[in-house]
Ligand binder design. Structure first.
Ligand SMILES: [Fe+2]
Length: 226
């Protein structure tokens, strides 16, 4: 089979997996795609290569695929999780890694396995602090989208509140500070009107995701600056 055909098949598998996940976890509908698009936007800003941007788009979309293995009741639980329940949810990174392993794409696997690690070593599953750049990019996009969309356990935060929480001095989420600064600046450019609902956010991000990465995108780091 020609490589191009093989690639089309792999992408089709990706799409099916995302569909399957969103069936079992309706609150994440659109989340996976937005994380991919937000990751690409930050990647463009950082001047990453076209291939890295493609990995970010796919991995952003698939990073939570392991939630398929977590009980629906837990994923949709309105209140706080007990420690035991949270331990179960945490396993989604290992499940995801195992699901995607046959695709043999190391960077995709890194993001899936490590997106809840922190650079201060206080994340999971391993407490690793040496995180590859694509992981550090995707995890920022993931948290932004989680904070600014409705969840079973809380309403969406305003963009200002999300910026305050993510960008505070204590580095609440253990992000790479330089990438975080770039990302927060970028959100002001991507969403110049300020707060918007997830559908509108998806629409704006679709324009970014719709950039043809396989063509001569070769972004300069100023592409997305105002
Ligand atoms: Fe996750």
């Amino acid at each position: 089979m020609a490589f191009a055909d093989e690639l089309v098949n792999i992408k089709a598998i990706f799409t099916s997996l995302i569909e399957a996940l969103e069936l079992s976890d309706p609150y994440t509908r659109g989340h996976s795609e937005r994380v991919g698009s937000l990751s690409v936007a930050l990647g463009l800003e950082l001047g990453l290569t076209t291939r890295e941007l493609e990995v970010l788009k796919d991995a952003g979309a698939l990073h939570d695929i392991g939630k398929i293995g977590v009980s629906k009741d837990l994923l949709n639980k309105p209140g706080r999780l007990t420690e035991v329940e949270f331990d179960e949810v945490k396993r989604h990174v290992i499940y995801g890694f195992n699901i995607l392993k046959p695709l043999d794409q190391p960077e995709l696997l890194d993001i899936t396995l490590l997106h809840h690690e922190r650079i201060d070593g206080r994340g999971y599953p391993y407490g690793r602090s040496d995180l590859p750049i694509l992981v550090r990019v995707a995890q920022i996009a993931d948290v932004w989208d989680a904070l600014t969309s409705n969840r079973p356990y809380r309403d969406a935060m305003t963009f200002a509140k999300a910026r305050e929480l993510m960008g505070g001095n204590e580095n609440t989420f253990g992000f790479d500070p330089m990438l975080l600064e770039s990302f927060l600046r970028l959100t002001r450019f991507i969403f110049p009107e300020g707060d918007c609902d997830p559908d509108e956010m998806s629409r704006i991000l679709d324009e970014i995701a719709g950039l043809n990465l396989s063509e001569d995108l070769a972004p300069t780091s100023t592409t997305l600056r105002a």
